[in-house]
Design a protein around this ligand. Structure first.
Ligand code: XMP
Length: 325
């Protein structure tokens, strides 16, 4: 629309005026905010922008590949891929407490981020996908008394980082800071971001790690990733994707008895979590068609080794939360 095009032109002018010929670092997560930010900045400053994507190994099946395909190949926005999968997995050994998981993932993210920015840098600016609601409650930024600029002391919460060390202070570029989420989607559309990112369901920063109850191991990650893929594949095929707020699988660290052919099985159950919501603050379990539930269940049990049972979570929020951790 006219207003969005005007916004984009104005934002590009502002970014260029602010950044000049300096370099900008952006931590790309694949979500709508950081992706829109990347498209916008790339239009404004081209190769002065460096997009860094940290793969912690907790993303959904084929998502890292898809992200690189879209950015690198389709839109020629280069992405620095950092494979940190082994490092994050090591940090998960023996950890079962949900908050401890988040804490460790956050800390490791900072370390990888610092190393990455040192190796690829130096950078003058950090691009953040701060939205208007974040600005209102902006406990996460400080103002540099000398320049009056907002400086980062904390990466956006969608990167799930507790805080950057004080000596790693970037100047900030935050072109989305006056926008609400819906407006970000419109900006994303008008800078050419594909619909599959613009209209993507929310996905938590710690990813699959908080959808494996108990210890996160490589084996469990592989099982959950495959089960989760079946859920999304069936939802996509059903044409109902946009009827849901989120759809996913959760892996429970218990086993139950089943039968496969004439063999007894003793394997993990998977929880199906399909919810509808307006904003994630409250949510209702979805009255999904039985046929859809059946095909998801059949496929998971048949295709995912290590799972022999699928259960449906019929808890709304409150009192449940959307995620299990
Ligand atoms: P809950 O589970 O609290 O989730 O009902 C509400 C919404 O927030 C998402 N969520 C997270 N997003 N980091 C994120 O970036 C997190 O640690 C996190 N935990 C929950 C959740 O997927 C839902 O959309």
């Amino acid at each position: 629309t006219w207003t969005m095009e005007t916004f984009v032109e104005e934002a590009i002018r502002e970014i260029r005026a602010k950044v000049g010929s300096q370099r900008v670092l952006l931590a790309l997560s694949g979500g709508v905010d950081s992706s829109t930010l990347a498209f916008l900045l790339h239009r404004a400053i081209g190769d002065q922008l460096t997009c860094m994507f940290i793969d912690q190994g907790f993303m959904r099946k084929y998502e890292p590949e898809r992200l690189l395909e879209i950015f690198d190949h389709q839109f020629h926005i280069p992405v620095e891929y950092i494979d940190a999968r082994d490092r994050f997995l090591e940090k998960m050994v023996g950890v079962t407490d949900p908050e401890e998981k988040r804490r460790r993932i956050g800390h490791e993210f900072i370390r990888v981020f610092e190393e990455g920015s040192a190796n690829l840098g130096p950078f003058d600016y950090l691009a953040q996908g701060t939205l208007y609601p974040d600005v209102i409650e902006s406990a996460d930024t400080n103002v540099d008394p000398q320049t009056g600029e907002r400086v980062a002391v904390k990466i956006k919460s969608h990167h799930n980082v507790g805080g950057l060390p004080k000596d790693l202070q970037f100047k900030l570029v935050e072109p989305l800071r006056k926008l609400f989420k819906d407006e970000v989607r419109n900006v994303g559309r008008s800078v050419g971001l594909p619909d599959e990112i613009v209209r993507r369901h929310p996905f938590p920063g710690p990813g699959l790690a908080i959808r494996i109850i108990g210890e996160v191991t490589k084996e469990r990650l592989n099982i959950l990733r495959d089960a989760d893929f079946v859920v999304r594949d069936e939802i996509n095929k059903s044409g109902l994707y946009h009827d849901f707020w989120q759809v996913f699988a959760v892996l429970l660290p218990v086993r139950s008895v089943g039968v496969m052919g004439d063999q007894r099985t003793y394997a993990y159950p998977v929880v199906l979590r399909l919810v509808s919501s307006e904003d994630g603050m409250t949510a209702d379990w979805s009255r999904a068609p039985y046929d859809l539930l059946e095909s998801i269940s059949n496929r998971i049990v048949n295709e995912v080794e290590g799972v022999n049972r699928v259960v449906y979570d019929i808890t709304s929020k409150p009192p449940g939360t959307i995620e299990w951790e």
